[in-house]
Design a protein around this ligand. Sequence first.
Ligand code: MG
Length: 263
Amino acid sequence: MTRIARFEHDGSIRHAIVESDDTLRLIKGDILGDWTASDETVPLAQVRLLAPVDPPNIIAIGLNYRKHAEESGMAIPERPVIFFKTTTALNNPGDPIMLPRMAPDEVDYECELVIIIGRRARHVSREKALEYVLGYTCGNDVSARDCQNRLDVQWARAKSFDTFAPMGPWLETDLDPDNVRIMTRLNGEVMQDSNTNDLIFSCRELISYLSANMTLLPGTVIMTGTPSGVGFARKPPVFLRSGDTVEVEIAGIGVLSNPVVAE
Ligand code: MG
């Protein structure tokens, strides 16, 4: 298990290995290139964690769990459904998700396993796909459902309001992405509880398919889709409200927690 966190330290942004006693061992070099562990340490409790990378692209996959496609009233896709979130939507562990002034009423959570690409990938086979992965983290594909389902044709705006892409708390390099439990809790209540073994397109398939269509730059994040239990499909629907706390937990990685506030 190697966990790598990103954070502010003495006015600069640094990466560090999260050691088992919650000590951060600072990294020298570039986690997307050559790096080594340094002798310098900082207690985890003394830093403010950031999303584990500052990605050049945020690629997301829709309708990638069978039961979620069903609850959304959509057909099981024949090939991955690709969309993008803006990089300005990136959000940090512990930082608030803002209910946007333009669309505050139907903001929803989506727990997702996030792949972090470690090296440039183009036309990569399924067999070799995981060699291009630096690690995995927890993500929340926050979505304004009124924009997504009624007001707009494309999902871009619904998925890209500022703060709508929380990621963290760190990346984990050693994980079997095909078999991990993934959950969302809203104010402590379990809303989504699934396993990545229900993914329609596995992480290997996604990396191979995406890289056949576009270059995956180092640091690119791929949000792999959400399981069933999202708020808009519930009866009655559940949407995020100011004062709520959303937690995404993935076994083997950790818990990504964000409060919800009005813009
Ligand atoms: Mg999603």
